[in-house]
Each structure stands twice: as C-alpha cells, then as structure tokens.
Design a binder for this molecule. Structure first.
Ligand code: LFR
Length: 476
C-alpha cells in the first residue's frame, strides 16, 4: 500500500457528487467532498429526459474544483451512475436527448420484446429482475433512431467518452442492459439478433480497473490537467457493494438511496425460475461476483412525497425538512399502513402521497392522516420490504444471513435502520453513507497499486476507516 489521491464522480438519480479519496495515513482512506452535482430531469413533450449536457458540465466543474483543491495530486478519476440509461451515437454525435428510466412511455418496449422472447426464456439468458425500463425494453422503443445509431453508450461510459474519447461498455453496468449473458458476462449477440437490435452498436466490454485514458482537448483545458480516467464498477450499486464493510460472507446488504437494492453477493448467478418469480436479479459485480438482489422502490417514495408537498406549499410552509418529517414520523404512535412499496404505480414521478393514500384505501389499510403518518408508513413499508427481500434471497441462494448491512444515504435514516432490524429480527449495521464513492475509489486504488487484495481485503479497509452504527432488533 502507498499514499495517493483519487477522484470519484458518483452520479445518483437525485443528485451526484465529486469526492476526493486520500489513501495512506493512519485511517487508510479519508474522503473530501469537493462538489455536489445537481441532477434535475427535464420533461419535454416527448417525455422525461436526463439533462446530460448539464451533468457533463457539472462533472467538468467538479473535477476542476478537485484539481484546485489537490493541485497535481490526483492520480485518477472514476465515474459511476445509476444504471440502464444510455445515449445513441452516430459518427460520434449524440442522437437525441437521452431518456430517464422513469419515463412512462419507455415501457411500451416490454410487449415488443416479450413477443419475441418470453419472460422465462429472457431470464435464462440475462438473469435480470423484470423492470420495465431495462435497457433492452427501452431500445425497443427507439424506432428509426436505432437504424441511424452506430454506438450505444451507457451514461457513465458516455461521460467517459466525452472526457477521453474511449468507447467502451463497463461490464457491471452492461449487466443491467438485459443484453449480457448472465453466465458468461459477454454480450448476448444472439439475443440482440432475436430482438432485431443491431449488435454492432454494442461497444467492447471492459472490466472495472481498466485504464480508459487521459482527459483530452477542452476537457483537459477546463479541468486544468489531463487527469486519467479509469473504469470502476460504473453501476453505482456495484461500487456500493464493494464498500460493504463486511469481512464475513453471511451478510446481506441494502444499498439504500433512491432505490433500495437488497440482496447477497454470490459467486455465480441463480437462474432458477423461482428467482425470476420472486423478482430477483443477477447483476454483474466487481471481480466477477454476482449481485443477487431485488430492487425495492427505495427512498424515492420519500423524496417524491417531499417534492409533491414543496410544489403545493406556500413559501412559509416550504421549510419542513427531511429531518423534521422523520422526527414527526418517529412520534407517531397509531398503527400505520404497511403498503406494497413495489407496486408499479409508484414508479413514475407525480403526486406520491395521493398514490399511497389510494393504495391504502383500496386495500382496507389506514389512510395516513398527517405527513408524519405518511412518512412513518413509508419507513415501515420499506423496512418490511427490506426484511422480506433478505429472507427471500437467503432462501433462494441457500445461505444463512446473520447481519444486514445498510449502506448509502439510507444508512443515516435511524428510523429506517431500526425498523429494518425490528422487522427482520437481525442486527443492522449502518454505514458508510458514501459507500458508492468509496467502492469507486477502492477499485481505482487497487488498479493503481495504492492498495491490494481481493474484495474482502478492500472491505477490510472500509471497516477500518469508517465506523458503522449498529441497531439491534427489538422484540414485541
Ligand atoms: C440505483 C440504480 C439501481 C438501478 C436503478 C436504475 O441508483 O442504479 O441499481 O436498478 O438505479 O438505474
């Protein structure tokens, strides 16, 4: 191990960040937050889009700020983001404004795909939980653009392409497209053919740790130095799982942000049809591991409720913060509804409190009467979904689970962590909050010889550098 500084660009669906990681010293790894990257989607008449140019501008500004904070020190940059979304290119030009996976119209691709390859056969090939926005379904809605495109690049790969010129598909994120063979980790060219998708748009695959190249041209000039970009687990969840501070294998994880990704790390995919019916995915992890997990709706339910209230509020009312809402929720003593957080009605943007109230009314459950009750109901329902997913994962994989690790923003939510412990009957170990950025940094650090070893060694570094909070299950 040696000392050194790396930068992580970590883009979530609600906001992103640029973080410097300093390796070496007594703690082993210290983080330094450089910039927050706002990520506000834009709706145009043809649908909901990512503002990708603005994101790119913010990434450049964030890297420039990082270079000012640590002049000449940064040895490399890694980029991760949410999964599945992409841009199509022709002759290096972006074709259209990339869509947001929450755009309702993208789901029209599901029927078109299933008409050619049914859900059972699809799962045998790609091992993915059915989510209507998986890349292969979205591609089926592209129409004439697909005939023009010569490249498809997933969001982190597209940003890396703009920064360096490299044209690759990083493997962990590629595993979320539905076009990767779950057994081999290679593009399933035959599947693309069956679906009428031009396999030529799929770039060559690279593993996390691969060097992509230095910033070129304007990017290098704006940042101040031609920093070198390297592939990491560019699917944010893959990076988060790297930073789960567990040295034993009998643990489950919840990577809790916009989504709650709940499951186990396995050595090989579980492709039994039972796993498909239970809604479990086999995504590709760093070092060839399998991320066997279920997508739970996540803190989106909360953030979208807050967005609804803020939209409707007067300026004076707009002050109630997440912390206040959670404090109100903690004081609720009446029983609250435990609703099915995974109901697809909650996927799209819009009035979340009304949708939750409608679900409760339809299912003869108490309709939340106050904001505190609604937030409490969301928290309890998420905790129940987390507990259920852990139990199902353990059953399907034939594994024993003794601890649940919660990483990501949700690790700060004490109400949620305690409820997850209570409802699962298992201790919850919460933190680190910045697991995704840490996983991004660790994979770069290993590729550059700042640290070494397997994932268990990397996790040992996290466990030593960041102190988690432990929640014991309360009974009764
Ligand atoms: C989490 C995440 C999930 C993925 C969803 C959509 O940020 O990457 O893993 O299913 O976003 O891309």
């Amino acid at each position: 191990a040696r000392a050194g500084t790396l930068a992580a660009v970590d883009l979530g669906a609600t906001s992103g960040r640029v973080i410097l990681g300093r390796f070496g010293g007594r703690e082993g790894l210290r983080l330094h937050h450089v910039a927050r990257v706002p990520n506000d989607p834009v709706r145009t008449p043809d649908g909901l889009h990512w503002n990708l140019l603005e994101l790119y501008r913010q990434v450049l500004a964030g890297l420039a700020a990082a270079e000012r904070d640590a002049p000449g020190e940064i040895e490399g940059v890694g980029i991760d983001s949410w999964a599945v979304d992409y841009g199509l290119l022709a002759g290096g030009r972006l074709l259209g404004v990339p869509y947001h996976y929450r755009d309702e119209r993208r789901a029209a691709g599901v029927e078109r795909v299933h008409a050619r390859v049914d859900a059972v056969a699809l799962y045998q090939r790609n091992g993915l939980q059915h989510l209507p926005f998986n890349t292969l379904f979205q591609l089926a809605t592209e129409g004439p653009l697909l005939g023009l495109a010569d490249r498809m690049l997933l969001v982190p790969d597209l940003l890396a392409h703009w920064l360096t010129g490299a044209e690759v598909a990083e493997r962990t994120n590629a595993s979320t497209t539905g076009l990767l063979d779950a057994r081999t980790g290679e593009w399933d060219v035959e599947l693309a053919g069956l679906l009428g998708l031009p396999a030529g748009i799929l770039p060559g695959l690279v593993d996390p740790g691969t060097t992509l190249g230095p910033l070129t041209g304007d990017a290098a000039a704006l940042v101040g130095r031609p920093l070198e970009v390297g592939a990491v687990g560019s699917h944010d969840t893959a990076s988060a799982v790297v930073a789960v501070p567990a040295t034993d294998r009998d643990v489950a994880y919840v990577s809790c942000g916009t989504w709650g990704l709940v499951g186990l790390e396995l050595d090989a995919p579980v492709l039994a049809d039972e796993a498909r019916r239970a809604g479990f995915t086999n995504e590709g992890g760093v070092d060839g591991r399998t991320r066997f997990l279920h997508n739970v709706m996540g803190l989106w339910l909360l953030s979208e409720s807050i967005r609804t209230w803020e939209r409707d509020a007067t300026a004076a009312q707009r002050s109630s913060t997440l912390a206040q809402l959670l404090a109100e929720a903690a004081h609720v003593t009446t029983p609250v509804a435990v609703f099915d957080v995974d109901d697809p009605r909650f996927l799209a943007p819009g009035d979340m409190p009304a949708r939750i109230a409608a679900w409760c009314a339809e299912h003869d459950q108490p309709v939340p009467a106050t904001r505190g009750e609604l937030v409490r109901s969301i928290v309890e329902s998420l905790a129940q979904a987390f507990a259920d997913a852990v139990a199902t994962a353990a059953g399907l994989a034939g594994r024993r689970v003794s601890t649940i690790h919660v990483v990501g923003g949700g690790a700060q939510n004490t109400l949620l962590c305690q409820a997850t412990a209570d409802r699962s009957g298992l201790p919850v170990v919460a933190g680190p909050v910045e697991a995704t950025a840490i996983g991004n940094l660790l994979v770069q650090a290993r590729a550059r010889g700042l640290v070494d070893g397997g994932l268990e060694d990397l996790r040992g570094i996290v466990a030593a550098a960041f102190t988690p909070v432990r929640y014991e299950p309360r009974h009764g």
